[in-house]
Design a protein around this ligand. Sequence first.
Ligand code: HPA
Ligand code: ZN
Length: 325
Amino acid sequence: TVTREFTQNMPKAELHLHIEGTLEPELKLKLAKRNHIDIGQETIAEVQKTYDYDDLASFLGVYYPAMNVLQHEQDFYELAFSYLKRAAENNVRHVEIFFDPQAHTSRGVAFEDVINGLHRAIVDARALNVDADLIMCFLRDFSKESARQTLAEALPYKDMFIGVGLDSDEHNNPPLKFARQFEDAKAAGLHLTTHCDIDQKDSIEHIHQALELMDVERLDHGTNIVEDPDLVDFVVNHQIGLTSCPLSNTYVSPKMKGEEVLSLLERDAKVSIHSDDPAYFGGYIADNYYALAEAYNLSKEQIVKLARNAFETSWISDEKKAIYI
Ligand code: HPA
Ligand code: ZN
């Protein structure tokens, strides 16, 4: 059987991880103090008491205000370096890290402070044997114009990130809203992914758009695709990755979307396991694998297959892939 130790020791690729979602209560309090920001809580227990959500919107309502404590380049550095240290300890060999520049630039933080801090941590983490890249997400509940501006601001830093994605509130914010930015990003040589959030009303329609009209290479969450057999054929044939996050799914379903993951695994779809916002959902990547393994009595072969799918659908070079697969 699969033990916690097995999921810990297995080499892993993390493809669905929001860096802002790794802000642990300790660091949140430390930065609040250093930057003289009143977040309304003074102890870890008080911070944890605010972590009470039952859907995406209520989670985002806790998540975004907390980012106020991130003000300076050094804050972003410490956020990312703390995460990468933990990733290295957990045998994560490769990470593709989401970041939300608009959540910071909209508060007056400079784009360059965000990306330079994150990038500097990634460079320093190479000494820990963890290899990391950045994926810039557009906040889909912000305007197209804001996304356009953000991409224009980001392109001069194109060597510091490898792709773009979409996150935040999906309701009434379909992928096609950002068709133009995705086209421009692709033309600039960037990879494409998008959240197709679990149980959002139009998520199947959103998956259609993302796959058929926008050439995305992965879907973040997206496992409710099992409702549409033709779309499942599409992701199988095109080797589209689906990045499922069991623990963050518990706010929509105590079953962690395990049945969907297993059904996709059986169809040989490239589904994989990740941690989303680990500081907010009670576990990093090994915990996510283990929670699913325990609840569904998964075999080592199934767990290894999920881990291999992550490396296969990652955006590392073929040479590096050959090392892990
Ligand atoms: N969905 C949408 N937005 C997010 C998420 C998510 O799972 N995590 C962080 N921002
Ligand atoms: Zn996510």
